[in-house]
Design a protein around this ligand. Structure first.
Ligand SMILES: [Zn+2]
Ligand SMILES: [Zn+2]
Length: 47
């Protein structure tokens, strides 16, 4: 499992679909807590 925001391998991930393309996005708990911006491969960016 690799976080999309920090690109680090992590065991604790949150999965959610991209609002734009429905691709599954993986983010670690730390990035979620800090509201780090993610960028989907479709180009969508979100908090
Ligand atoms: Zn992360
Ligand atoms: Zn997307």
């Amino acid at each position: 499992m690799e976080c999309i925001s920090c690109a680090k391998e992590t065991a604790e991930v949150v999965k959610f679909p991209c609002p734009n393309c429905s691709e599954t996005i993986l983010r670690c708990g730390k990035c979620k807590d800090l509201s780090i911006t993610y960028e989907c491969k479709c180009g969508f960016k979100g908090p």
